[in-house]
Design a protein around this ligand. Structure first.
Ligand code: NI
Ligand code: MN
Length: 227
């Protein structure tokens, strides 16, 4: 089974798991680093980590056009369902067998209010175990937390970690996160979208690869990795 990960800039991700097409936090419109438009995307499933506009993004438009199932926390799932979308709610610590694998919501230290002010529940990350047992961890927007070592115990193949600072972990804490997670590969995300979260990802890659056995791939928006 082929698994292809694509970074669309910021914290917008694409994932193909065999024939299943996933978008995670599909922020294309008003995302200065997005290489394509929301109208050009395809999705069977949309995962939303929390309610902020740079993560909820174009969910409603893409889901209406594609009929994708939206998977997110219970509160955001209800909010999307009220807008007529297909939604599946989970909560932190809870996993479910979806067609593309077993998806568990993980904790994230952040906020989650929705764009209209509605309470958006707790922010989350995602831990996906694909049908061929690859483990992919989307940290979401989060600060560093020690229980990343428990997530690391799962044996992570690919971790997507924010390094932008200000709203999430910065480079120093993200390096600590890599040490806790012990992932085979890491892709840094949630940086350089705006000046406020500008970071030197290549310098971070050098530090991580000098201090750990994790391989860091610094992608350009639109570039992919095959697992
Ligand atoms: Ni956020
Ligand atoms: Mn964000």
């Amino acid at each position: 089974m082929e698994i292809t990960y694509t970074w669309y800039g910021h914290a917008t991700h694409g994932l193909k798991v065999g024939e299943h097409k996933l978008l995670i936090d599909p922020f294309f419109t008003n995302n200065p680093s997005a290489p394509i438009k929301a109208e050009e995307t395809e999705a069977d499933f949309i995962l939303i980590s929390h309610g902020h506009g740079d993560h909820l993004g174009d969910t409603i438009g893409i889901a209406k056009r594609t009929g994708a199932l939206c998977i997110t926390n219970f509160e955001i799932a209800n909010w999307l369902a009220e807008k007529g979308l297909e939604a599946h709610g989970q909560q932190i610590g809870g996993g479910f067998h979806h067609p593309f694998g077993y998806l568990k919501l993980t904790q994230a230290l952040h906020g989650s209010v929705l764009p209209d002010g509605t309470y958006g529940g707790n922010p989350a990350g995602f831990l996906l175990t694909t049908p061929n047992k690859k483990k992919i961890y989307f940290a979401g927007d989060t600060g560093l937390f020690g229980d990343m070592s428990l997530i690391g115990d799962e044996g992570i193949d690919l971790a997507l970690l924010p390094i932008g600072d200000n709203y999430t972990m910065g480079p120093d804490d993200a390096l600590k996160a890599v040490k806790l997670l012990r992932a085979k590969t890491v892709v840094p995300v949630h940086y350089n979208t705006w000046e406020l979260i500008a970071q030197d990802a290549l310098a971070w890659k050098e530090r991580v690869e000098a201090e750990t056995t994790t391989k860091v791939y610094v992608l350009k928006p639109g570039e992919s990795l095959t697992l």
